[in-house]
Write a protein that binds this ligand. Structure first.
Ligand SMILES: NC(=O)C1=CN([C@@H]2O[C@H](COP(=O)(O)OP(=O)(O)OC[C@H]3O[C@@H](n4cnc5c(N)ncnc54)[C@H](OP(=O)(O)O)[C@@H]3O)[C@@H](O)[C@H]2O)C=CC1
Ligand SMILES: Cc1cn([C@H]2C[C@H](O)[C@@H](COP(=O)(O)OP(=O)(O)O[C@H]3O[C@@H](C)C(=O)[C@@H](O)[C@H]3O)O2)c(=O)[nH]c1=O
Ligand SMILES: [Mg+2]
Length: 296
């Protein structure tokens, strides 16, 4: 089993580089060796490596910047995954890909299920939806895992942003009218490895029966302001959270008010996913044991 992993320097990819290792031989070309914006280079890398499984954790994830870089976001988030699917078909390989809560417009009152109709509000969400659709149309064994509000001690994310800003300011104005489940990147990577373990044991019949689209996020829900408060409480950080509306914050990309994902389909296969507060505590406990965070 040869696995090709993209995006190994990102939040999820960093965790996958560890969690996928027991499953086979892992090759993880970086951005410079395998640029998803360069489709000729991507094709050449895939043809040279001849993996049995492609795990695509690379993406264009700068949500606000994407509003002004639509063509680049589409190439990386849609055209590159489409090419991966095409090459996977030629190689007889499977493809594991990630997508986002931002494919939805957030107007539903309930957590979203996989069969709900996507209607992205922003360019990033549009590009991610186009990537999903290209993979689903390719007729290859695949998994598309939609997750939300990722954080961890590695990479660019809301947890690290809050800890940094709290060192600079006594108060932070944080959006309180967008709701979702903060998800630890390690939860995504470990659950991905668990699913792939089942797939490798089950072979083609497993992919036919269980392949496709899954929602994968923490259980429970909060707002960004609630998440910030939990981060400060858990780390003993003295910073006041002032709840504001998304309209007051005025980000360039609109974001869904409801980002909640119903993960029942995945939990039926893999067992319960952690509550977001429990996962946050686990993440911070590991960081504090390593001296990365803690009260000053
Ligand atoms: N972050 C989040 O909150 C959420 C993310 N997702 C999805 O989860 C997946 C993983 O996201 P996450 O780990 O947060 O992403 P990160 O932004 O942390 O990392 C992105 C990775 O992609 C690489 N990358 C970016 N552009 C290119 C390129 N042109 N060619 C090759 N590699 C590239 C980066 O490498 P380098 O840094 O070297 O450029 C990095 O390794 C993505 O599909 C994302 O859409 C879904 C929901 C929430
Ligand atoms: C830094 C900051 C952000 N915010 C708000 C803006 C926004 O509504 C919300 C989150 O902002 P961020 O830019 O950290 O997060 P954002 O880039 O929107 O995060 C998204 O990333 C992509 C990749 C996804 O797929 C999504 O699931 C989601 O995690 O918090 C504040 O209210 N105050 C602040 O000081
Ligand atoms: Mg962001």
């Amino acid at each position: 089993m040869k696995i090709l992993l993209t995006g190994a320097s990102g939040q999820v990819g960093h965790e996958l580089a560890r969690s996928l290792r027991p499953l086979g031989e892992l090759v993880a070309p970086g951005h410079a060796q395998c640029d998803l914006a360069d489709l000729d280079q991507l094709r050449a890398v895939l043809r040279a490596a001849r993996p049995n499984l492609i795990v695509n954790a690379a993406a264009y994830t700068a949500v606000d910047r994407a509003e002004g870089e639509g063509a680049l976001a589409m190439r990386i988030n849609a055209d590159a995954p489409a090419l991966m699917a095409q090459e996977a078909r030629a190689l007889g390989a499977a493809l594991l890909h990630y997508s986002t809560d931002y494919v939805f417009d957030g107007s539903s009152a309930a957590p979203y299920v996989e069969t709900d109709t996507p209607a992205p509000l922003n360019v990033y969400g549009q590009s991610k939806l186009a990537g999903e659709q290209a993979i689903a149309a390719a007729g290859i064994p695949h998994l598309i895992l939609r997750t939300s509000w990722l954080y961890g001690m590695h990479g660019n994310n809301f947890l690290l942003t809050m800890l940094r800003l709290a060192r600079e300011r006594p108060q932070l104005r944080i959006v309180a009218d967008q709701h979702g489940a903060p998800t630890w990147s390690r939860t995504v990577a470990d659950t991905s490895a668990q699913l792939l373990g089942l797939a490798l044991a089950g072979g083609a019949p497993w992919w036919q029966r269980h392949g496709g689209l899954y929602h994968l996020g923490s259980q429970g829900q909060t707002s960004w302001a609630g998440f910030a408060e939990a981060i400060f409480a858990a780390t003993g950080t003295a910073c006041e959270v002032i709840p504001i509306s998304a309209a007051e914050y005025g980000a360039s990309a609109p974001r869904p008010a409801n980002s909640r994902l119903n993960c029942a389909r995945l939990m039926a296969l893999c067992g319960p996913l952690p509550h977001w507060r429990a996962a946050l505590a686990d993440c911070l406990a590991g960081a504090s044991a390593s001296g990365a965070v803690g009260p000053e």
